[in-house]
Design a binder for this molecule. Structure first.
Ligand code: BG6
Length: 473
């Protein structure tokens, strides 16, 4: 058998994309609540258009999402029916600390997640918690300027302490920040950063990144102090950059683009800033302010494993200008690859390449925590979807993952597909960009019964898990 006996098969969601109930049981307002569906979304999530409160002109899908806050028991039962060994979900910071800077946590928020965890454990499903999946309290945006402010590192420590203490003995795997490098592409959605006109965006971002890296290291420290059995991982939006040609300038451009992303994991996994980044910051005059203890904290609190999402590879050339607008993360078109309906390039071999690159670079166990196909589905009158396209995508990627383990020797802990149940898209805010094995009756503007139904892929994935990845037909 290729995969280890205790291989963790499952699925992954994020609070704001599935919970809804945005103002229930004391929950505070978050940046992710304020990202509407439609043409303005892009400018808002990158931090260029201000959206600090709801208005009447936009539809905000996160307010209700797929109402998992009220329906999680039924949804987890369906995950259990598929045989999930792990369920990755995230904590909404604003359920635990509604404003972010309170002294004491909100009991209702903690007990909601404790019940959810207990529901997983009832089925022997290992909970894998993302502490922050893009969400950030709006109070901290308005009063402190988001992650640019060092005080937020202290607030984050309060959050993680409350979580680790409460869930001690029940949760073993945590991720500190979902796709930490998304701060480069979507600074408001990824880190609560809104940029005023004339602000030095790169400088602000470098400081915010440093603060997140410190928060991540402190979280690792606190986790290990509270419960030495906890394993803490970092999480990268991965996908190798290919050079546009064999021209050395193109190769160098690809190396630079890869480093921009790996920089985060370089710090989280190795414990110090790499020279290429220090030199770049010096050159640009944007070196973040660091406290005296920072170097030691980073050095002593590296992550236990590396997790990442993989959807696609990217490509770049030194003189390229033809960037593909369909992708949040910059890429040019790769003529050798097919594209999804949303213009994402499909590259299963790129998955194996990426896994090898990450494993070679860090030599720590890997965990694939997102992979999947966003596609339009056409359900029949019973809500059944013949989603062979989704099965094909996942099969090809699982095969590539097998090769990475079997033929290349990558140490892999598990695999969670993105969106085992249809949920709101982070990039576009649409419901119609569906990833699930479970169909949810809801459209882009909130119409639908929210009823759940099983797709063809539901039965397929169940077989994959039961055979530990051997039966992919
Ligand atoms: C990752 C995120 O970027 O990809 C998820 O961690 C997101 O939150 C997923 O939903 C798929 O992207 P999208 O834009 O299709 O929802």
């Amino acid at each position: 058998m290729t995969f280890r006996e205790d291989f963790l098969w499952g699925g992954a969601t994020a609070a704001n994309q599935c919970e809804g109930a945005y103002d229930v049981d004391g929950r505070g307002l978050a940046n992710v609540d304020l990202c509407p569906v439609g043409p303005d979304r892009q400018e808002i999530i990158i931090g260029r258009k201000k959206m600090f409160d709801f208005d009447d002109e936009h539809f905000y899908p996160a307010k209700e999402s797929i109402d998992m806050y009220n329906r999680y028991k039924g949804d987890i039962a369906l995950f259990a029916e598929m045989g999930f060994k792990v369920y990755r979900f995230s904590i909404a910071w604003t359920r635990i600390f509604p404003n972010g800077d309170e002294e004491a946590p909100n009991e209702k928020g903690l007990s909601f997640y404790e019940d959810l965890i207990d529901e997983c454990l009832k089925y022997n499903i290992e909970p894998l918690i993302t502490i922050t999946h893009f969400d950030f309290p709006m109070h901290l945006v308005k009063e402190y300027g988001g992650w640019r402010n060092r005080k937020v590192v202290d607030f984050y420590q309060n959050l993680v302490r409350a979580i680790f203490e409460r869930f001690k003995g029940k949760v073993k795997y945590y991720l500190t920040f979902n796709e930490i490098n998304v701060i480069l592409a979507a600074s408001f959605m990824g880190a609560g950063l809104y940029f005023e006109d004339g602000e030095d965006v790169e400088k602000v971002r470098a400081q915010a990144i440093h603060n997140e890296l410190m928060a991540s290291a402190y979280a690792t420290k606190i986790a290990h102090e509270i419960d030495p059995d906890i394993k803490v991982g970092c999480m990268l939006a991965a996908g190798e950059y290919y050079p546009a040609s064999m021209k050395p300038e193109d190769i160098f451009a690809a190396q630079k683009a890869n480093r921009d992303n790996y920089f985060f994991v370089d710090v989280q996994a190795r414990g110090y800033y790499p020279n290429y980044k220090l030199k770049e910051y010096e050159r640009l005059g944007i070196m973040p302010e660091m406290k005296e203890e920072d170097a030691k904290i980073l050095r002593e609190n590296t992550v236990d494993f590396i997790s990442f999402s993989y959807y696609t590879t990217r490509a770049i050339g030194a003189d390229a200008t033809n960037y593909d607008e369909a992708n949040l993360i910059k890429t040019i078109e790769n003529p050798y690859l097919e594209k999804t309906e949303w213009g994402w390039q499909v590259d299963p071999l790129g998955f194996r390449i990426t896994m090898n690159e990450i494993y070679d670079r860090y030599q720590k166990p890997l965990f694939v925590v997102e992979n999947g196909l966003g596609a339009k589905d056409n359900p029949d009158e019973n809500g059944y979807v013949e989603d062979d396209y989704r099965i094909d995508y996942l099969r090809d990627h699982i095969k590539a993952m097998k090769d990475a383990v079997d033929l290349d020797g990558v140490d892999l802990l598990g695999y969670t597909t993105w969106g085992p149940i249809d949920l709101v898209s982070a990039g576009t805010g649409e419901m119609s960009k569906r990833y699930g094995f479970i169909y949810v009756d809801r459209d882009d503007y909130g119409k639908g019964s929210l009823a759940r139904s099983k797709k063809k892929s539901f039965y397929w994935y169940k077989k994959v898990i039961a055979s530990n990845g051997e039966d992919l037909d």
